[in-house]
Design a protein around this ligand. Structure first.
Ligand code: ALA
Length: 383
């Protein structure tokens, strides 16, 4: 099988991820932070060590400001709903996934916030100056994706972060696509809050993710419950990460996530990024000239997090994906990718797109087989 659906979840995982998840479950999977016995202390330390490794990956200075969550969606909901206040104006973009767009639209519909959606161009590029011009007196939050989950376009996060910081506005980044694929430095990019999944570019298991919250941001938790700390206190603790981490953590998953990040560190962040850029460029260049294929992603691999979006004239995107799967054993994702606004921006709301997203374990040979398959499908089934 040729797996090109790494934007949905990365596969395979590094060997160390499989091995350490199993070792954790067998040898030291007590409840971290609950109970003073030896195994609970070991699992608590392992979670802390994962917090440190993941924090350092994003240049988060204080690992206690990083909370583990079950996915980026939980993290985004926690950040958005925990931060906004009555009549706050929020700025976002037309390239957002439903994990951002839906909570914001519900808050707008319920009269809690005012919302401005800044339109991207047909390749998903955002002009940060339009964001600056959208700022009002009551703007309290800017939310944007690091890169589009539909066509991979990387947004000018650093520039948007600078604008937010100049105006004293909180800046939340959805790093669902990009974390592990591109360099993200929360300090240099003026990021106040960042949601990320563990199971995509960071190569960890599903059911993992996290939220970084800078020390100057105070969030109301989405949930209250057991934290293993201050048990006598009837309210939620005010300190991080306990404030946002109620209930038993996904210890084996978090250990897997740590090993995914360590794999990237050991391979070299830059090496891996260059390799993925090379695969993307090869795929882009190989498909660009094929008759009947329309591409919606930018050709510049530096401006793309590793996603090629395309359609074949005369075929529905889901048909192409199905043929790739059944006849060629190539896994891709078609349709709307839970991001209708982004599809409207790219002009693909009716058709969807076929999304091909290589990962660090794909080879040039697999990319070439995929290009041949697309060429054959366009020739045999397209118009
Ligand atoms: N959000 C994931 C995707 O884009 C699942 O496929």
């Amino acid at each position: 099988m040729i797996y090109l659906d790494n934007a949905a979840t990365s596969y395979p995982k590094p060997e160390t991820v499989y091995k350490e998840v199993e070792r954790c479950m067998r040898d030291y999977c007590a409840n971290p932070g609950r109970g003073g016995h030896k195994m609970s202390i070991i699992s608590g330390r392992a979670v802390m060590s994962a917090r440190e490794v993941v924090s350092s990956f994003f240049n988060i200075k204080n690992p206690l400001q990083l909370c583990f969550m079950k996915n980026a969606t939980e993290a985004l909901n926690t950040a958005i709903k925990g931060y906004v206040s009555e009549k706050m104006h929020v700025v976002t973009t037309s390239m957002e996934h439903n994990a951002v767009a839906r909570p914001l639209n519900v808050l707008k519909r319920d009269g809690v916030i005012e919302l401005t959606i800044v339109e991207a161009n047909p390749y998903g590029e955002i002009d940060p100056e339009i964001i600056r011009k959208s700022i009002r007196k009551n703007t309290g939050l800017i939310v944007c994706t690091f890169s589009s989950n539909v066509n991979g376009t990387i947004l000018p996060v650093k520039e948007i972060g600078r604008i937010a910081s100049e105006h004293g506005i909180a800046f939340l980044v959805d790093a669902a696509q990009g974390a592990g694929d591109a360099e993200i430095d929360v300090e240099k990019m003026h990021i106040d809050m960042m949601a990320f999944p563990g199971h995509k570019g960071l190569l960890g298991p599903q059911g993992t993710g996290g939220l970084y919250v800078s020390e100057r941001i105070k969030l109301r938790p989405l949930m209250e419950g057991g934290t293993g700390s201050n048990s006598e206190y009837i309210y939620q603790p005010e300190f991080m990460p306990d404030k946002l981490e109620s209930g038993t953590l996904n210890t084996p998953g978090i250990i897997g996530l740590k090993n995914g990040v360590e794999f990237i560190n050991n391979a070299g962040k830059t090496n891996l990024r260059l390799y993925k850029e090379y695969l993307y460029k090869r795929l882009y260049d190989g498909t660009r000239g094929i008759r009947g294929i329309k591409i919606y992603s930018l050709g510049d691999e530096k401006k793309n997090s590793g996603i090629l979006a395309l359609n074949i004239e005369g075929l529905d995107s889901t048909q192409v994906s199905e043929i790739l799967d059944k006849d060629y054993d190539i896994a891709t994702r078609a349709g709307l990718h839970c991001a209708p606004l982004a599809h409207r921006t790219l002009g693909t709301l009716k058709t969807g797109v076929v999304r091909l997203s290589p990962g660090p374990f794909n080879t040039a040979f697999q990319i070439d087989r995929t290009i041949e398959a697309l060429e054959r499908i366009a020739w045999m089934h397209g118009t």
